[in-house]
Ligand binder design. Structure first.
Ligand code: MV4
Length: 499
């Protein structure tokens, strides 16, 4: 096993990696910006070094400085986490050229999967079904018109260098194509420095289902089943679960085999994810993510396999010590991303100090957090504060457990999207598993203020008073009496319960 690793990240994933490293007996070296001096990943690491001011471009994105620091302090490896430098082939190359281990796939694999048309070519060759459409960029609007006529409308223009929805345009009819081509190309150029675009058939109401894969440096690849990640807003996932509520065991096995083939086609090493769009029983390759993902815990909980441990083991040259047949799914897991965003009025970012943090615990609850009481939430970084993850025997029990855990969660000082999640857990389509990437478009009420009806307020007040009275007379008085009405309000579903 490698002896030490520099963790080139911050927030909840940096802490997750510090924890994983220490459990593997690996010396964990953190880096931090001036804004993160007292961040939990810094406090828990064995060593930590300041790498610059708060803006990411002057700290967490300084690849060269980070590699130089790793050499200086004697780190053997660099783990990039997700975001920042994680999918920059040039960074991975720089790490290897410095004689360090990059915890992730080969730089060539990262580069190939980062180019969306090349990824489609590689997958097509490997016999992986891709969304019908082109595997080369289109040169001009005329070429796009020709291709679109073949594919059939509606089509989707996408950036070749893309990902994340930038430079994407839906085109419903031939007359719109020229303008859309120009807009998509301009947006792609601004976002990726490369204006090339290509075309796919547009799928109107797919699910986002992704398969976790794990490969070693000896040619072994297994899949760890799927995650359903359809509930998202503007390409930001909000709720993820494993397994998907709709896949049959046969579909799971088939998609899994497809994902393994996809990974083998690019000599995949480490933990990776094959994204698919799933619609009406058909699934199509979308993209491959060559990193550990935010939502990896739901896979860990249903498979019992520690993905971060395996990232370190594979990076150390160890072979997988289990095969596909050894992997069994147990129960159901759900993750809610707790972000510092106010879900009412458009997920506006909320900043300030976290003045109180009450973290849910108890059976089947996992909290992967990156903040503490006192942490200052700024606009410098992504708003993900923590992930609340539950595991239970069935999907229904997992939903109940998540609802309970969300009720226990208290975050004061900044707004979070936790109340949004609490509503999702009660929403009928979600409970039925009837979700697609359009879930939030179809449920605008989840983002609106729901002022309680006056009768409901009266009923809740009556309930609170009754319970208080009941406790005074029948129950031993323990704790502070002030706390009692609060819990009754919470049980009545009133504001101020969980914030
Ligand atoms: C699509 C699609 C529909 N049809 N491709 C969005 C980001 C990029 N990674 C791919 N994306 C999509 N590609 C075809 N042919 C719909 C989306 C899409 C989406 C995909 C996954 C998760 C959330 C999404 C939200 C909006 C659009």
């Amino acid at each position: 096993m490698i002896g030490s690793v520099l963790i080139a990240n911050r927030g909840e994933i940096a802490l997750r990696l510090v924890r994983g490293a220490r459990e593997c007996g690996i010396h964990a070296i953190a880096v931090y910006s001036e804004a993160d001096r007292l961040a939990p990943h810094v406090l828990e690491a064995d060593e930590a070094y300041c790498i610059g001011p708060a803006p990411s471009s002057e700290s967490y994105l300084r690849g060269e400085a980070i590699v130089a620091l790793a050499k200086d302090v004697g780190a053997e490896a660099i783990h990039p986490g997700y975001g920042f430098l994680a999918e920059r082939a040039d960074f991975a190359r720089m790490v290897e050229d410095a004689g360090l281990v990059f915890v992730g796939p080969a730089p060539e694999t990262i580069a190939a999967m980062g180019d969306k048309t090349e990824a489609r070519r590689r997958m097509k060759e490997a016999g992986v079904p891709i969304v019908p459409g082109l595997t080369e960029a289109v040169a001009d609007p005329e070429a796009a018109e020709e291709a679109a006529a073949d594919i059939g409308f509606p089509v989707l223009l996408k950036a070749s260098a893309g990902g994340g929805g930038k430079g994407m345009r839906v085109v419903s009819e031939p007359g719109e194509l020229r303008r859309a081509f120009e807009a998509a190309s301009r947006e792609a150029l601004a976002a990726f420095g490369d204006g090339s675009v290509y075309l796919e058939r547009y799928l109107a109401r797919p699910r986002h289902v992704e398969i976790q894969v794990l490969g070693d440096a000896h040619g072994n690849v297994v899949h760890l089943a799927e995650r359903e990640c359809s509930i998202q807003r503007r390409h930001q996932k909000l709720v993820e679960e494993a397994p998907s509520p709709v896949l049959t065991d046969e579909e799971r096995a088939r998609m899994g085999e497809t994902a393994v083939r996809a990974a083998q086609a690019v000599d995949y090493r480490g933990a990776g994810t094959i994204e698919f769009l799933y619609q009406e029983g058909e699934c199509f390759f979308l993209e491959m993510n060559t990193r550990i993902q935010v939502e990896h815990p739901v896979t860990e909980l249903v498979t019992g396999i520690d993905l971060v441990e395996w990232q370190f083991r594979v990076a150390s040259g160890q072979p997988l010590d289990f095969g596909q047949d050894d992997i069994r799914l147990v129960g159901h897991s759900i993750e809610c991303r707790i972000t510092s965003e106010d879900h009412l009025g458009g997920f506006l970012p909320s900043t300030g100090a976290i003045t109180h943090l009450g973290v849910p615990t108890g059976p089947g609850v996992r909290w992967d957090g990156g903040v503490l009481q006192g942490t200052e939430v700024t606009l410098h970084y992504d708003p993900l504060l923590a992930k609340l993850i539950v595991h239970a025997a069935t999907r229904e029990a997992a939903i109940a457990r998540m609802a309970r855990a969300l009720d226990e969660l208290v975050v004061s000082g900044v707004e979070t999207c936790a109340p949004f999640h609490r509503r999702v857990m009660d929403e009928a389509d979600f409970r039925r598993g009837d979700i697609s990437i359009r879930y939030l478009d179809e449920h605008p009420e989840l983002l609106e203020e729901n002022e309680p009806e006056s009768e409901l307020i009266a009923a809740a007040v009556a309930a609170a008073l009754l319970e208080d009275d009941h406790r005074r007379h029948r129950a031993p008085r323990i704790g502070t009496s002030r706390a009692e009405p609060v819990s009754a309000w919470r049980r009545a579903g009133m504001p101020g319960g969980a914030s």
